[in-house]
Design a protein around this ligand. Structure first.
Ligand SMILES: NC(=O)c1ccc[n+]([C@@H]2O[C@H](COP(=O)([O-])OP(=O)(O)OC[C@H]3O[C@@H](n4cnc5c(N)ncnc54)[C@H](OP(=O)(O)O)[C@@H]3O)[C@@H](O)[C@H]2O)c1
Length: 276
């Protein structure tokens, strides 16, 4: 499979740039401003933030100052769990938009699942915002198959995205298969297992065969699998090299090699055992 930098078509025909710039744990203020500015200057056209990251304001400033047209940039934010509920979600969305200072959002996600009934009511609020055209696409994050099955029982709109932990050593095969069936695209958070993947000796050997870094090899694997990875970096060289992956392709054999690194062990939190 050859992947060009053209983006992925969501189930509502919206195109999402296939590499997003992750901003988790980048502090609000100058650090987020500089990282997002650097990313946009270099060519990223997709920024992933969230209310709970508390850096929406600076991400919004970087977007404004980029000089790019609003429609050239794809921006995602997420609804935090304490704001679930129909009325609460509508209020929280307004807060997010006031911080971002935008008049529409490209993608809004339920950040983590809660009880089925709460997810259901909250999803209704996102559907309303979608119908009002203030959000171009709506989706979920950290939803397992059972959360999706329940949500779909009452949803008028099938989520466009499920953003989940996904990297070579953790590939949630059941979620991936379910999402494929319903045309829910997968966004990969922790594309490098929060940085751990970079030091994997097996991947170092494979990357050298392509004259690429491990990060580039792994991001290319994500693209070829059809995932939408959200690499995060505050290092200028990394920000740039993470986008320089459209000049090579990984052989089928090597894709299978990386597929087989799956251990089923998460790096992050299990959505059925959240502490919040
Ligand atoms: N939905 C959710 O619940 C959820 C949860 C977690 C994350 N996310 C999203 O996913 C994004 C990515 O997750 P993450 O930031 O935790 O993990 P990640 O992207 O897997 O890893 C980030 C780490 O990798 C390093 N790195 C990046 N590019 C590199 C390169 N080319 N060479 C060497 N090291 C490199 C970064 O260090 P440097 O800064 O030094 O480059 C950083 O330490 C987040 O920013 C967020 O947008 C979503």
């Amino acid at each position: 499979m050859s992947v060009e930098n053209e983006g992925v078509k969501l189930n509502n025909d919206v195109i999402i740039p296939q590499i997003g710039f992750g901003t988790f744990k980048i502090p609000d203020g100058i650090q987020t401003l500089e990282a997002v500015r650097e990313a946009l200057d270099f060519g990223y056209r997709h920024v992933d933030t969230a209310a709970v990251y508390e850096n929406e304001e600076s991400a919004g400033v970087a977007v404004k100052e980029s000089g790019l047209k609003r429609e050239e940039i794809f921006i995602t934010s997420k609804l935090w769990v304490s704001d679930f509920g129909y009325d609460e979600a509508l209020k929280a969305f307004e807060k997010t938009m006031n911080k971002l200072k935008l008049d529409y959002l490209d993608l809004y996600l339920l950040h983590w699942p809660r009880a089925y009934e709460v997810n259901k009511n909250t999803w209704k609020a996102l559907e309303r915002l979608y119908d009002e055209k203030v959000i171009k696409s709506i989706g979920v994050s950290n939803f397992k198959v059972h959360h999706l099955e329940e949500l779909l029982k009452n949803a008028n709109i099938v989520p466009a995205i499920n953003q989940v932990e996904l990297h070579p050593t953790f590939q949630p095969i059941d979620i991936i298969a379910f999402c494929k069936k319903y045309d829910i695209k997968i966004e990969a958070y922790y594309p490098f297992a929060h940085g751990e993947t970079i030091n994997d000796e097996r991947l170092k050997v494979l990357a050298s065969k392509y004259n690429k870094s491990v990060a580039q090899l792994v991001l290319r694997w994500h693209l070829e699998k059809g995932y939408i990875p959200l690499p995060k970096s505050t290092n200028k060289e990394h920000i740039q090299s993470n986008l320089n992956i459209f000049d090579f392709a990984i052989s089928n054999e090597d894709i299978e090699f990386i597929d087989k690194l799956n251990t089923g062990v998460r790096r992050g939190v299990d959505p059925d055992k959240t502490p919040f």
